[in-house]
Structure formats: C-alpha cells, structure tokens
Design a protein around this ligand. Structure first.
Ligand code: ZN
Ligand code: MN
Length: 445
C-alpha cells in the first residue's frame, strides 16, 4: 500500500475596509445594510458605466504584498476575468492576471518553514446570492458588488491542515496590524479556499487538485482538509484518480460536495481591462508605502522580549492585537515616572486588571500604581507604624478608650500619612481598632 503525501495550497480573499468601493464612490461599508442600497451604475455593471480605481485600495493591496515580502510590480494592470454567473452582472470580474501587484513573497511559520506566496492581486467582490430555502428562488444583493478584494495565493507548500491554520492566523494578524481589513471571518471579510491533493511521489505535483469553497472559519478549513484527504485516499487506494473539481464544504455534515468541474485559466478568457489604464508606481511611492508599514507582530514579539525583559508568554499575549501592544508601550512610558516596571504593567493588562477599552494609558498607569502600593504595604511595616502612632498620640488613645470613638479617624490619618496616600483607610482602621483593644486589655490588668 502506498503512503500518500498531502499537497495543499491556499487562496484567500480579503475584503478591504476602504470607505468607498473599488471602482465607484458607493460606500463599501455594507454589512448589515438594507439590500441593494449601496449601488450605482458602475457596481451594478450597467452598460456604459466606467470604473475608476480607488487609490486607497491599490495602496492597501501593495502594503499587504510588501508585508508578505513580495516583489512589487511597478507596472501593473487590470484584466477582465470572464465568467457567467448571476453574482456578476457585467459577465466579467475586474481582476489582475499576468501583472499582479505582488509576486514571490513568503510567510514564515513557527517551525521556521516558509510558505511561499505566489501572488497578491487586486480585484472586485461580487454580489451576494441568497438561495431561499423551500422556494425555487435566489435573491441578489449588490451592496457587496465592487467592494475591494485582495486575493493572496500560496504555492502548494502545505502538507497538513494544522499548518494551513497557522498560516491563516498569521495572515489575519498581518492584515489587521496593517489596518487595511477587519478580517472578520463571521462577516465574510476573509474567505478561504484550499486546494488539496495527494501524491505518492512528493517530488512530482499531482495531476489533479480539488478546490474547496465556502469555508468561513479556521476550524472548518482544518476539518474540510482532513475530510478531503480521507476521501481522496480512498479513491487512490482503489487505483483511481480523484476528479479535478470544485467542491463545497457542508459544515453541518462535515463533508464536501461536488459543485462543478474546475475551470482552467483559459476558460476565463482573461484580457486587459480596456476601461482602466495600466497602474504605474514609482520607486519613491513604493518606498513611502514600505516606510508606512507598522512593525509587524513577529518583530514586535522579539523586541518586547529584549526591550522590556518580558517572558515569552507575556510578549505572545500582548502582541496578539496591535492595539494592546500599543497600549502596553504607552503605559510603560508613563509608568516610568511612577516606578512601574514593564512586567507589572504586562501583568495588569494580561490579568485584565485594567480595561483597555475605557482607560487611557495615563489612567491605567495610575490605577496600577495605586494597586501596586496597596499590595506592597508590608504588614510588619504597618504594625510598627501603628504602634508608633499610638505611642506618639497618648491623648487620642486615652480619648478613644474613654469612649470617644470618632478620634479613630484622626489616628487613621496619622498612619496613612506615614504610609503614603494610596493606602487602604478601611484596612488601617480595622488594624488600629484591634491594636487599641489589645492596649485597653493590657491597661486593665
Ligand atoms: Zn457603486
Ligand atoms: Mn479571486
């Protein structure tokens, strides 16, 4: 019996969060909006309407390509990808064919293995179809039509579902760090299409591949791949070859179903988009975009270890979201004056003692300092201070013991002055009272 090696590649579509759509001025913020309210002749594909590329979207696409270590094509262009389906009223999608914005990049995984990125290109999203159940009816919402979409294609470098998931998490982190997409899986901001095959000779690419569509979570992509590997193995073990096709993933039943026999590139009859001139970026423009890239998570993680002497665990959690990392660093800066250590601040953030969504770094530093002082009050120091205070204030003690209990707050004030204002008055009051009771007892003997 042969041993088969999985060969897996990945196509990911990422919706950008630009204000307007890719080729018109309609709002791209369509999620949850009334169907067909964000439309115009351009994104409805009406005859004669002319597309005008969104500069912000082009820049964002190049930023993604740069962050993925791609070579940038300074001379680029749009092409028409022709196919006939109801989600695309023009009969073609404006995409990129032979001159994508980015090519030949990579993402490094935890085991230091690089997943090669074949291309990063810009295209437009299609309308959203809803197949009404129990009715022979399909509804079309054009609000999504023409929203900027970046497609990221890897080489078939994966051999298991787990590393696909790791790659996807990393890709999601990167586009979020770049602040070009929310990459919210539930809202369809990031859509995943693995292509999967098996080979008994890893040096030769298999003669078929199966593309799985409609996957909207990292967990499901793992499940779909594992299901597909099992299915294909059974076919190969019978001495047959799986059909090259597109399959859909049914998450309820955890299986894939044949949708259509896979098109080849030539079926799409790509040709240059005649309504949009080629896009040219200068070296200066590209280096400006490169300089504008934020520090990405991998480098930030390493810097946090060195610069703040944090344990790996802390660095891992603090950098998960750029906002958290930024908040941490701002608080460290402010906290220096209050003698707060980066580790103290990291602990407070990780243990959720400060709520980043409502506090400013200044408020957070104050809060951590306050808590820190309260916690740091040494019990022995407090006991000594209480004894001293009582010894220094015989009149107040005598008054208290005669029944003038209000005098206690004067004594609390004296102890607090010795400790610093951040001390917990209530705790000190309790300790004073118990000490005074002891004294009283002694006096009576
Ligand atoms: Zn429009
Ligand atoms: Mn695409």
């Amino acid at each position: 019996m042969s041993v088969y090696t999985p060969i897996i590649g990945l196509e990911v579509h990422v919706e950008l969060k630009t204000a307007s759509k890719m080729f018109c001025t309609c709002s791209a913020d369509y999620f949850g909006k009334k169907p067909n309210t964000h439309t115009c002749p351009v994104c409805l594909g009406l005859p004669g309407a002319l597309p005008v590329p969104n500069k912000k979207a082009l820049d964002s696409c190049i930023m993604i390509a740069l962050a993925l270590n791609c070579k940038i094509n300074k001379f680029s262009k749009f092409d028409r990808k022709n196919y006939f389906y109801a989600d695309l009223p023009k009969g073609y999608q404006i995409s990129q064919y032979d001159l994508p914005f980015g090519e030949n990049g990579w993402i490094e995984l935890q085991n230091k293995k690089r997943v090669r990125i074949r291309r990063v290109h810009m295209e437009e999203d299609t309308a959203k179809l809803t197949h009404a159940q129990h009715e022979n009816l399909t509804l079309i919402d054009f609000n999504r039509s023409g929203v900027p979409l970046v497609e990221i294609v890897t080489e078939p470098d994966f051999h298991d579902a787990r590393s696909v998931k790791e790659y996807l998490q990393k890709l999601q982190e990167i586009v979020r760090y770049l602040d070009v997409s929310n990459a919210d899986m539930e809202k369809g901001d990031m859509r995943l299409e693995p292509n999967i095959s098996l080979t008994n000779d890893p040096k030769v690419l298999p003669l078929y591949k199966v593309e799985v569509k409609n996957i909207n979570s990292f967990r499901f992509v793992e499940k779909a791949i594992n299901y597909e590997l099992e299915r294909q193995k059974k076919i190969l073990e019978k001495g047959k070859m799986p059909v090259q096709e597109t399959r859909g993933y049914n998450e309820a039943k955890n299986l894939t179903v044949s949708q259509r026999i896979k098109e080849e590139a030539h079926d799409y009859r790509y040709f240059p988009e005649p309504d949009i001139p080629p896009v040219v970026y200068t070296d200066e423009e590209i280096s400006t975009l490169k300089l504008s890239l934020p520090e990405l998570r991998d480098s930030k993680k390493i810097r946090f270890l060195k610069e703040y002497a944090l344990p790996e665990y802390d660095s891992e959690i603090l950098t998960r979201q750029k906002e958290t990392a930024d908040f941490f660093e701002a608080t460290v800066k402010i906290g220096k004056e209050q003698n707060l250590s980066p580790k103290q601040i990291a602990n407070a953030i990780i243990n959720k003692q400060v709520d980043l969504s409502v506090l400013s770094p200044q408020k957070a530093a104050d809060l951590i300092a306050e808590k820190g002082q309260k916690a740091e009050i040494d019990e022995k120091q407090l006991a000594v201070l209480i004894k001293e205070t009582l010894a220094k204030n015989p009149k107040a003690v005598a008054d208290y013991q005669k029944g003038k209990e209000t005098v206690i707050m004067y004594l609390v004030g004296q102890v607090m002055r010795g400790l610093g204002t951040k001390a917990d008055a209530l705790a000190i009051k309790e300790k004073l009272i118990s000490e005074l009771k002891k004294d009283n007892g002694r006096n009576n003997t």
